[in-house]
Write a protein that binds this ligand. Structure first.
Ligand code: AMP
Length: 249
């Protein structure tokens, strides 16, 4: 059984992003980029399923600029067998990514696609859901446990106040939540091995997908700066301020 894992190149989660001066977007010039953390969890899960013997091949796919090759190499260092880059310099929105991923699914015929629940750059949380709709496949989002059988998959999801367990017939789409697993540390020998694994590049035009944006970002702004705190002398002063200044009690 083949598993496809879409991985997105995003601003590293440790970077404090800055908004461009014209408020058109976030400034990513000279900023460290990494694999979206939820996608690392997705790659780890797919690799564990292959190690358990229920999956035969793990294919990582990324849509975007040439530098996404690095993200794909990281996926292969975690353990993906090969990679596909859908290369474009165009701004990609979730619908366009979903269509590109559908084209890759049509070509590769995986039984399972495991995506991250959301990309930490635009926080869209849309791609997995739209891909499932385009494919007309069942989907289980925000997975915290995945048990794969030959023709079905059982997925546990964390919902408000408890756990929900779903059984999906394959082929299916799953998106990962934070507690699904803890991705392994990527070792130097595995980074070296990943350099030799196959990485195929295709273009959106070759698979007949129109990636033009459907949404326009009007403005990006930083959260309002917080005013400085004050140290109060005692509880009475605190109560006085809460009552008369903040007016919260
Ligand atoms: P989003 O809907 O943008 O929050 O992204 C959800 C998930 O879709 C991500 O965690 C990835 O698994 C996948 N995804 C989004 N954009 C891309 C991309 N450009 N290339 C590959 N996978 C992507």
């Amino acid at each position: 059984m083949k598993v496809l894992v879409p991985v997105k190149r995003v601003v590293d989660y440790n970077v404090k992003v800055r908004v461009k001066s014209d408020q058109s977007d976030v400034d990513i010039a000279n900023v460290k980029m990494s694999m979206n953390p939820f996608d690392e969890i997705a790659v780890e899960e797919a690799v564990r399923l292959r190690e358990q013997g229920v999956v035969s091949e793990v294919i990582a796919v990324s849509c975007g600029v040439t530098a996404c090759q690095e993200t794909l190499r990281t996926a292969m260092a975690i353990g993906a067998d090969r990679a596909i880059l859908v290369e474009t310099d165009a701004e990609l929105q979730p619908l366009a990514v979903s269509k590109l991923l559908k084209a890759v699914v049509d070509k590769e015929q995986p039984q399972l696609v495991i995506l991250g629940k959301q990309a930490i750059d635009d926080d869209a949380n849309q791609t997995g859901q739209m891909l499932a709709a385009l494919l007309d496949w069942p989907q289980a989002t925000f997975a915290s446990k995945v048990e794969l059988a030959a023709d079905s998959v059982q997925v546990t999801r964390e919902v408000d106040g408890g756990l929900e367990t779903l059984k999906l017939n394959l082929p299916a789409v799953i998106t990962t939540d934070l507690r699904l697993n803890e991705p392994r540390y990527v070792t130097l020998p595995n980074i070296m091995k990943a350099k030799k694994k196959p990485l195929e590049t295709i273009k959106p035009e070759e698979v007949g997908v129109d990636v033009s944006p459907r949404l326009k970002t009007l403005q990006v702004s930083e959260p309002p700066a917080r005013s400085a705190g004050v140290i109060v002398a005692d509880v009475a002063a605190l109560v006085e301020k809460l009552k008369n200044e903040a007016k919260v009690i």
